[in-house]
Ligand binder design. Sequence first.
Ligand code: PGA
Length: 259
Amino acid sequence: MEIIILPTADDVARTAADAIEEQVRRGPSVLGLATGSTPLGTYQELIGRHRTGGLSFAQAQAFLLDEYVGLPAAYPQSYHSVIRDEFTISVDFAPDAVHGLDGMAEDPEAEAARYEGLIAAAGGVDIQILGIGTDGHVGFNEPMSSLGSRTRIKTLTRQTRQDNARFFDSADDVPDHVLTQGLGTIREARHLLLLAMGEAKAEAIAAAVEGPVAAICPASALQLHPHVSVLVDEAAASRLAHREYYTDTFGRKPAWQGL
Ligand code: PGA
């Protein structure tokens, strides 16, 4: 894992956008997109680069991490709608190049298998954006998720429903169930970008990065991945014991090496 501590949330967004831009400019790419508040600055940055810097997503495909069960795609809170409104409608993905899970599927297991097949058929994900929940989840893999899990249905913790209540009228309106890529699925993406900003994420980041690999903190599974960039602002880094080490090594990294 490479831990990169940046002064502000804007720096996190710019650095994540740099890595995604580099991937997209390399040729046809498969992007893993996340929803929630964390990646919004990155999406704004990419939209800006599309509008003024000629960055094109016409050759890219994208896969969403997760979706609420029981919300039709047309609902504004469905991740299908959120990713369209916050990002993909403002750039130039080809029609049908942005894939999500169907939260209304009658057979969630078949839907999960379909999605895994679609990712495999696309050649796997080149670069995956991830946020982290205050309970350490990535995607919607809540604590005790198998570190080898595949796409499946999960039940949200009370904490996550509370955390996500701001997108709904109340916590009671947050669906109980979700479909999410598993930790095993996520770990097959070739490069993972884990982003976190703000003090509320500091404890989860410390557990994920410096704690043991353990199902109680699902994001700790990323320690097993060969290429993870953890981009955090000062506040999200505040509980890390080895901040000086991370900052020192990042500062002395060869310029050609990239993320
Ligand atoms: P947030 O959520 O980006 O809205 O903080 C992150 C997550 O739950 O994975």
